[in-house]
Design a protein around this ligand. Sequence first.
Ligand code: SF4
Length: 387
Amino acid sequence: MSTFYDTWQQHRFGDVTASIGEKTAAEVGSALARARAGGRLGLDDLAALLSPAAVPFLEEMAQLSHQRTVERFGHTIQLFAPLYLTNVCANVCTYCGFSAQNRIPRKVLNDDEIRAEAAVLRSRGIEHVLFVTGESKHASHDYFANALRLLRPSFANLSMEVQPISEAEYASLAREGLSAVIVFQETYDPEAYVRYHLKGPKADMRFRLETPDRLGRAGLKKIGLGALYGLSEWRTDAWFLGLHLQYLEKNYWRSRLAISFPRLRPHAGAEIQVTPTSERNLVQAFCAYRLFSPEVELTLSTRESPRFRNHAIRLGVTSMSAEARTNPGGYAAEPESLEQFAIHDTRTTPEVAAYLRSQGYTPVFKDWDSVFDSDSAFAGAKTELAG
Ligand code: SF4
């Protein structure tokens, strides 16, 4: 069975970097003309829009991106909160505070602790929770199934960003109410991938590259992708992510797709060399993706500053985390325990929501309801229609 791994293998990271560097203003102009005319952009257009040659066109890209976003999503921003279930991790990723070689207190939340975290989030109006864990035997299919059963009655939407698992396990969790899975590839550069992922299951780059295929086959409602900007050349990683997006749109069109834009943040452990990615670079990436794919959801986390996040709502972003704690127990019990990374936007959920409203945007806390998952609900609707 062919997967994205086969598509990825057809392109060399260094060649793509060179080709993006050679794009001209004329090629950027023709990609923008196609976008203005409402045409579908190709991967060559995406390369042009991500290239240094597109930098002088950023204002025009931003205006078009805003227009396309409002046409498709209206003036809305979805808000969600991460819930860290455990910081135990068997992997050595040199850019992460949870990395196995870091000597830090480890924690796996039990049922009572999960309920306590959830109660705090519910009291703040959060309806969409993203489970986050390190990668270890503690974060097993059964542990997630239990967490889903515990929280499903309290939240409209449960998604997760955890270790890659099998297609059958994803399908089983979807039956328990899981609606979306986010899996960051971190980098599509095979040399950088080996350099940053020293030990553990995550060192298997192919298994990770094929995870969105397993999600698509398992029928998840939404698949989230992302590259961790700072690990390699950002323009090239962004192009490969576009390649991945296009592949998934063609092969798993029933699933909605989303892209996140994490940049490296300070964390516990050794300092690593970071390839600089500026806020301006991120803006170029949002706008390029919006013109490349009008349907894709774009997410910006609290890793970024309040000023930048306020600005980003007019540039194509459609979804944001709010009031995030990146440590297990961080909402209810242990605000001081070790974080995966330092957050930058520390505003409360009501503060973020109030800012959005002041700008004419509606904060959306709930974009799904578990009642839609029930076969009997559809059967009832069919009966009414038939009557
Ligand atoms: S990035 Fe994920 S897999 Fe790697 S050390 Fe951190 S939590 Fe573990």
